[in-house]
Design a protein around this ligand. Structure first.
Ligand SMILES: [Cu+2]
Length: 227
C-alpha cells in the first residue's frame, strides 16, 4: 500500500480517473474548507472568551439569560451547512448509482480473504490475484464501466482513490456502480485497496489499475482469452 493509496484529495492525491471523480473531489474540497472555516471560528471565539473573560477579580461578567437572534443563528446556519452538504453529496452519489443504458463494459468484482477477482463476462476473462501477485484491473479509456461486486466471505470495500469513491462488497448481495473512465491512459500500480478491515491479511488486498485505449483493450482481452 503506497502512501497515496489512502491519501485524501489534495497535493499528492492520485490523478482523477473518472469523470465523476472531479465532482466528488469538489465536494471533498467543500467539506474541507467549510470545516476549516467552522474550526477557525470556534478557535477564535474560544480564544476571545479566554482572553476577554480571564480571571482578574472576583466580579462575574455581565450575565444574560437568552439571546434569541444569536440562538436562532447558531441553529440555522449549521443546519443550512449540513443540508447543503447532504444535498451535493446525495447528487454525486446518485450520479454513480444510476445505471445508464450506454454501458460499454461490465466488470464483476469479487472480494475474498484476501484478494480480488475481476471478471469481464463479455470477453469471458477472469483476472485474479493471489498471495504474492496483485491483480490488475484493466479498463478502456473513455468507457462507461459498470462494476458489479460481491464477496465470498466477509465484507470488503472496493476503493480506488483515483475514483474518489468506494463501496462495500458484501457477501450474498451484489452492489453496483457506474463511472465514466476519463480519456487519460496510464498504469497505476497499487491504485486500489480494500477499505474495510477484513482479517489478518487485509492489507494484502491491493490491486493495480491500468487504463488503455479501446484498441489496446481489445488486444489485451484477446491475448488473455487465448492463454
Ligand atoms: Cu478486504
Amino acid at each position: 500500500m503506497t502512501a497515496w493509496s489512502t491519501a485524501p484529495a489534495g497535493p499528492g492525491a492520485p490523478p482523477l480517473l473518472t469523470e465523476q471523480a472531479a465532482d466528488i473531489e469538489q465536494i471533498w474540497d467543500a467539506f474541507f474548507y467549510i470545516a476549516l472555516g467552522v474550526g477557525a471560528l470556534v478557535v477564535a471565539l474560544l480564544a476571545w472568551v479566554i482572553l476577554r473573560y480571564r480571571h482578574r477579580d472576583d466580579v462575574l461578567p455581565r450575565q444574560r439569560h437568552a439571546h434569541i437572534p444569536l440562538e436562532i443563528g447558531y441553529t440555522v446556519v449549521p443546519l443550512l451547512i449540513v443540508v447543503g452538504l447532504f444535498a451535493v453529496t446525495f447528487g454525486s452519489v446518485r450520479a454513480i448509482d444510476e445505471l445508464g443504458d450506454d454501458t460499454d463494459l461490465v466488470v464483476e468484482v469479487t472480494g475474498f480473504q484476501w484478494q480480488w477477482q475481476f471478471e469481464y463476462p463479455e470477453s469471458g476473462l477472469t483476472v485474479v490475484g493471489d498471495e504474492t501477485t496483485d491483480p490488475e484491473l484493466v479498463l478502456p479509456a473513455g468507457a462507461t464501466v459498470r462494476f458489479e461486486m460481491t464477496s465470498l466471505d466477509v465484507i470488503h470495500s472496493f476503493w480506488i482513490p483515483a475514483f474518489r469513491f468506494k463501496r462495500d462488497v458484501i457477501p450474498g448481495i451484489v452492489t453496483r456502480f457506474e463511472v465514466d473512465v476519463t480519456d487519460a491512459t496510464g498504469t497505476f500500480p497499487e491504485a486500489g485497496v480494500c477499505a474495510e478491515f477484513c482479517g489478518l491479511d487485509h492489507h494484502k488486498m491491493g490491486f493495480g489499475v491500468r487504463v488503455v485505449t479501446a484498441d489496446e483493450f481489445e488486444t489485451w482481452a484477446a491475448q488473455e482469452a487465448g492463454r
